[in-house]
Design a protein around this ligand. Sequence first.
Ligand code: NAD
Length: 265
Amino acid sequence: MDLGLRGRTAIVAAASRGLGKGVAHVLAGEGANVVMFSRHPDAIEAAAKEVRAAAADGAKVLGLAADATKLTDLERVVKTTIDAFDAISIVFNNAGGPKPGTFETLTDADWYAAVDLNLISAIRLTRLCLTHMRARRWGRVIVSTSSSVKQPIANLMLSNAVRSATTAWAKTLSDQVAQYGITVNCLAPGRIDTERVRQLDEDAAQRQGKAREEVEREALASIPVRRYGRPEEYGAAAAFLASAPAAYITGVTLLVDGGLYRGMY
Ligand code: NAD
């Protein structure tokens, strides 16, 4: 199947490592121009170099230092993309994860920070990109959330709550922009092997007084596929949602979790 990504332009947020880098990798491999960003200049340049080396012929890759929680940074990312490629067809909304914690341990400041990081950042970046997508009557908005929107994860109260709000925003938006040839879908990862997941396992090990290996063994036992996912597998799902053949898929949440979530819907 031809995904029709050759020559399209994508912005990929929070892409110096982990899920964002995996998505950038696959999109560039399929021939899309990719503008990838995260906060630290050295880290994003190193990641962009790696993605560039594996890109399809003709696909260009730019790495920019920008913070998803800063509006002026997002404006600069969008302007740089338009200056370089004169179009934005695909936006992959992503950012770091909110801090773990239970109701008693989380402060108002933690709640506001999580809303900024995982909801407002996506609203702002998408708003900036929609202008360009509407003009060409073609667009793919992908919002990276978490399996926690289907099944809350203990000790990740901020993620459970804020990403559910993000999902509701994305679903509502999908209805409002479908008439312009723009789809809006959420991708919900569960246990993809990244630094964030390793850190969460480490935290859980400390909380429970166990070795990290033991926490990992228990986690693997709960995943039907019996392993953590690879960022490129997540990238493949993103590339499909970004593709031309996915034009009739909008307003959905697609889990990429090795079967971790046990519900039917
Ligand atoms: P990661 O720690 O490997 O990578 C996070 C990336 O985000 C890094 O490139 C980092 O520099 C960047 N980043 C963080 N804050 C940023 C900001 N304000 N602006 C720009 N870039 C920023 O983590 P990951 O596993 O790739 O996770 C990405 C997101 O997906 C996180 O929100 C995480 O909580 C969520 N998530 C991941 C999984 C999983 O299985 N990996 C599961 C559920 C949810």
